[in-house]
Write a protein that binds this ligand. Structure first.
Ligand SMILES: Cc1cc2nc3c(=O)[nH]c(=O)nc-3n(C[C@H](O)[C@H](O)[C@H](O)COP(=O)(O)OP(=O)(O)OC[C@H]3O[C@@H](n4cnc5c(N)ncnc54)[C@H](O)[C@@H]3O)c2cc1C
Ligand code: SF4
Length: 634
């Protein structure tokens, strides 16, 4: 039984899956030039691509934002809202995303039943572990090689081609999306807040570092994110999983309610999937629809009517409507440049990903939001006389304290009372359930610190799954019909401790398609994670038994590092410039007009999915940036 390869579909979804090159670009150097690009006009229900007037690179912008995912989009939204002139540089292309996602396409309407076209390959679990990076080697016969998420016709143009984007070092399932919106186009939508159990982890158990801020500092910004983007869920009043300002929740189905009730007596909580989805609609945003409960995001990933948050419709197009945002796609930033007199950042060099032409852009402030690992890479690439170890790296901590979430342990079972019952419509929702962390809160576990939660789901689905029935013909169909809707599954997400010795640096030999040194991983799970994984599978089993489910399968196998797609750390915040890279406003200790606003600033990973926190922190930091800029402090 293999874990499902679209990770959000297994864990964030129903939980019922059947478990089942290096080319060196020629860089043409240039000075301040006009950089041709394309722009997009949006009308409700119709998008057209058309030529854009060349963007003006002769002027200095107030801010350059690098990257257009959750962090870059939020930076653009907040800074343009403050009236700043912002240039957003995105390495990937602008896709006609509705045509990519085709949420309502039936399998039989797709030439490959939704799978990859012949000649393309996506990496499987065993290929990540048996082979060593760079993973392109050995796959020369394929025209395209994708990461494990890129295993469908709907996602293939969103994720990167591994051969154009190599990395080296230890095994890592690095999922990257290079296009406008980045990974938010296909994220699993689980939107959780962190609490002071996370922000003040060291105070709680003595390990690592506390964050230089508290829940009370971030809470008002979580509220702003909730209201601006929409989130669906149910308040539970848990100190370790703070509630959001929720819109209409989806309903738990029968087996999910049985699990909720079954574990209540153990003091544990199952709640509706907290989905970064607008279920009531957003009057202030003309680019997004409310959720019609089509369940398509659960089945294939992505939502082509944008009820699920994605950065372009949620943040970037509204920011463009202010008239303050200039967008340049196909712009691979290769260096943040520095004024050699003042030591301050003064702009960037970027390469057009198609023409390989090199450009320079200038700004008063540079905001790095290229995603945790790419941001670290960019800082390390931006060496100069004043910053010989990389930009903002006087502490030597850039690339270090890299952390994420552990995945793999899971349980799969059946509610016998539902066998033979008529099917119900259960997968018409953007997620199943979330089982909140219960370890190391009021008690101390003898074998490990920190905690984990479970994502899962149950119920009838459009395409029956969750059965290992073999055979064919009438008896096979009968077997499937009888059992469908009765299965329930869940998988754990646990905190990986931030450790200095888990880090990334630049490979001295391997370069990407654009001639930029590749990242090299030095990263392994440790003993705490392994002991936590043992506990995950034990408690999963215990909770299914307490709920009266027949257990069909459990697994304690830990998936390859990276599988969670929640890379964090690498430029952590802190009050001490000797042991941290950024201050509590994600501002570089070394370079005051440089901000890194994605997951790189995280001090620890928590066990909660990070995107809502990335955006809340980014909003807070960009408010501070705008204020400091207006005061002439940057
Ligand atoms: C399948 C899947 C499921 C997920 N499920 C969840 C979930 O349920 N909950 C959750 O909280 N999170 C989830 N995530 C993670 C979530 O998508 C990320 O946390 C979020 O997108 C991070 O935002 P970001 O802006 O830091 O990075 P990204 O979204 O990756 O955006 C970074 C952007 O920067 C661009 N870029 C990179 N390098 C450069 C450069 N040198 N120059 C210019 N541009 C550059 C990239 O092309 C990209 O567009 C999931 C991710 C995936 C793929
Ligand atoms: S269930 Fe809602 S969020 Fe998911 S694809 Fe359908 S409309 Fe979009």
């Amino acid at each position: 039984m293999e874990p499902h390869r679209g990770r959000s579909l297994t864990t964030a979804g129903s939980g019922l899956e059947n478990h089942n090159g290096k080319t060196h670009g020629l860089l043409q150097r240039g000075g301040h030039q006009a950089a041709p690009s394309v722009t997009m006009c949006w009308r409700r229900g119709a998008r057209t691509l058309m030529s854009e007037p060349e963007i003006d690179l002769s002027k200095s912008y107030d801010a350059i934002v690098i990257g257009s995912g959750a962090a870059g989009g939020m930076a653009a939204h907040v800074l343009t809202g403050h009236g700043l002139q912002v240039l957003m540089l995105e390495a990937g292309k602008k896709l006609n995303i509705e045509q990519e996602l085709r949420s309502m396409e039936w399998p039989y309407d797709n030439a490959h039943r939704g799978g990859l076209p012949p000649g393309s390959h996506s990496l499987a679990l065993n290929e990540y572990t048996i082979r060593n990076p760079p993973y392109g080697a050995g796959f020369e016969k394929y025209k395209h090689l994708y990461n494990y998420v890129g295993d469908s016709d709907y996602v293939k143009n969103i994720v990167v081609d591994e051969r154009e984007n190599p990395f080296t070092g230890t095994n890592y399932a690095w999922v990257r999306a290079r296009c406008l919106g980045g990974k938010t186009n296909i994220w699993g939508r689980l939107a959780l807040r962190l609490s002071d159990y996370d922000f003040k982890g060291k105070s709680h158990d003595g390990y690592g570092e506390d964050w230089p801020l508290s829940y009370s500092d971030v809470a008002p910004y979580y509220d702003k994110v909730d209201l601006y983007l929409g989130i669906s869920g149910v308040p539970e009043n848990l100190p370790n999983l703070p509630d959001s300002l929720f819109q209409r929740p989806s309903k738990l189905n029968c087996a999910e309610v049985a699990l909720k009730q079954g574990i209540q007596k153990m003091g544990r909580t199952v709640t509706q999937y907290r989905a970064g989805v607008t279920t009531d609609g957003l009057k202030h945003n003309k680019y997004r629809s409310r959720c019609f409960s089509r369940g398509a995001c659960n089945r294939k990933g992505g939502c082509d009517i944008h009820a699920a948050f994605d950065s372009p419709t949620g943040l970037i197009y509204p920011a463009m409507d202010t008239g303050n945002l200039t967008l340049r796609t196909n712009a691979v930033v290769r260096e943040v440049t520095v004024d050699q007199q003042t030591g301050k950042a003064n702009g960037v060099h970027f390469i057009d990903s198609v023409t390989m032409k090199d450009y320079t852009a200038r700004a008063k402030v540079v905001v790095v939001a290229a995603s945790t690992l790419e941001s670290a890479r960019l800082l390390l690439l931006s060496k100069s006389r004043l910053h010989p170890n990389g930009l903002g790296n006087s502490s030597g901590h850039v690339g270090h304290n890299f952390c994420e979430h552990l995945m793999g342990p899971r349980v799969f079972g059946q509610m016998k009372d539902l066998v033979g019952k008529a099917p119900t419509l259960d997968d018409g929702k953007p997620g199943g359930f979330y089982l909140a962390r219960f370890r190391n809160l009021s008690e101390r576990h003898p074998k490990f610190i920190r905690g984990y939660g479970f994502e899962g789901g149950s119920g009838s689905s459009m395409f029956p799954k969750g059965t290992d029935a073999k055979g064919f013909g009438a008896s096979f169909k009968e077997e499937i019909r009888n059992n469908q809707g009765s299965h329930i599954g869940m998988g754990a997400f646990g905190e990986v401790l931030a450790r200095y010795e888990n880090y990334v640096d630049l490979d001295p030999h391997v370069k990407d398609k654009w001639g930029m040194p590749a990242l090299r991983f030095h990263y392994r799970f440790g003993e705490n994670e392994k002991r936590m994984a043992e506990d995950m599978v034990e408690t999963a089993q215990e909770m299914f038994e307490a709920s009266g489910f027949k257990i069909l399968h459990t697994s304690g196998r830990i998936l390859t590092e990276g599988w969670s797609i929640h890379e964090l750390g690498t430029a952590r915040m802190g009050n001490d410039p000797k042991t941290s890279v950024l201050n509590p406003f994600q501002q570089s200790h070394d370079v005051k007009n440089l901000f890194v606003v994605d997951g790189a600033g995280f001090v620890s990973a928590s066990c909660h999915n990070p995107t809502w926190t990335i955006m809340a922190l980014c909003w807070r930091s960009c408010d501070y940036l705008a204020e400091q800029l207006s005061k002439g402090n940057l």
